[in-house]
Design a binder for this molecule. Structure first.
Ligand code: 13P
Ligand code: SF4
Length: 302
């Protein structure tokens, strides 16, 4: 690590203490961002940490829907997103107007929104879920028909694990959508002893090659429980850094691409966020109250 980076890390740690802040970091962040994290994890783990923190400031190193979720769950805290333009293209794939129309077409069905949605969509949903608890969440709903938004791939995966009828919206994550069956097949042929772990945002025709399908945090658990193994990861490329950091005795390969939005957060931006209290994420109170009902169901399951 360069001296410049070490210096920034030291300055961030000092400011973090001075301002009574907590730094929450998603697994897909740049590896140097891990160095300033109080907690690294998946969407579910990070949401829970945000909801329970007693610090004054939450610095969210991830994308906007994650920081919004933190604000909705813990509204008295100042929530900062260091890279204000870090969004999630999948979250933009459904609008409130489209969701209202979708609901009208399926009266009696419940809406389960993947956490990768904007706050106004969560406010129009019955419950939220993450990739870590989507199956449990859907099974916990009293309705038998579920409008699953916006990820068609996660929706299709959940359908293989539930007796409820999933009616998916046609959104997707471009990073996981681009992992092809050919890539998965070739990786397995080249590394026949390796276990292939896939994120459920991958399409069904790719998931059929998986030895394990799980959220990013459960990938860490898998690596911990399978020592001295070869593991192929089908998810965002920087996930590999977390696994190498915590379970270096395994050999890892990745067939995933980069999420450019997750890379917008840099150490310099984290420092500036703490120094200038930027960029503060707020959610209008009427939307926050409605969205918090859906999000509280999410953090209470799984
Ligand atoms: P998880 O880390 O919750 O598995 O989600 C992955 C993701 O794509 C977040 O945007
Ligand atoms: Fe959104 Fe995909 Fe990036 Fe996650 S990896 S933030 S789902 S674009």
């Amino acid at each position: 690590m360069e001296n410049k980076e070490k210096n920034l890390i030291r300055k961030i740690e000092e400011l973090k203490k001075k301002k009574n802040a907590v730094i929450l970091v998603h697994n897909y962040q740049r590896p140097e961002i891990y160095e300033v994290a109080d907690y690294i994890g998946d969407s579910l783990g990070l949401s829970k940490k945000a909801a329970e923190t007693d610090k004054d400031i939450i610095v969210f190193c991830g994308v906007k829907f994650m920081a919004e979720t933190a604000k909705i769950l813990n509204p008295k805290k100042i929530v900062l997103l260091p890279a204000i333009d870090a969004g999630c293209p999948m979250a933009e794939m459904i609008t409130v107007k489209q969701l209202k129309e979708f609901k009208k077409q399926h009266p009696g069905a419940a809406v389960v929104a993947y956490v990768n949605t904007n706050a106004n969509i969560k406010a129009e949903s019955d419950a939220c879920c993450t990739s870590g608890n989507a199956v449990e969440l859907v099974n916990s709903m009293k309705e038998n028909e579920i409008l699953f938004i916006p990820d068609k791939n996660l929706g299709a995966y959940v359908q293989t694990k539930t007796n409820k009828k999933i009616i998916p919206w046609q959104g997707y994550c471009h990073v996981h959508q681009n992992i092809s069956p050919e890539k998965a097949k070739l990786a397995k042929e080249q590394n026949p002893k390796a276990k292939l772990i896939m994120h459920p945002e991958c399409p069904a025709e790719v998931l059929k090659y998986a030895d394990e399908i799980c959220s990013t945090e459960k990938m860490v658990k898998f690596a911990k429980e399978n020592k001295n193994k070869q593991i192929i990861l089908a998810t965002e490329i920087d996930m590999i850094n977390r696994l190498i950091k915590e379970n270096p005795e395994n050999k890892y390969y990745s067939i995933g691409g980069t999420c450019p939005n997750m890379k917008k957060t840099t150490l310099k931006k984290v420092y500036e966020a703490l120094e200038k209290n930027q960029y503060e994420i707020n959610v209008p109170e009427n939307i926050r109250i409605k969205a918090s009902k859906a999000l509280n169901k999410m953090i209470s399951v799984g």
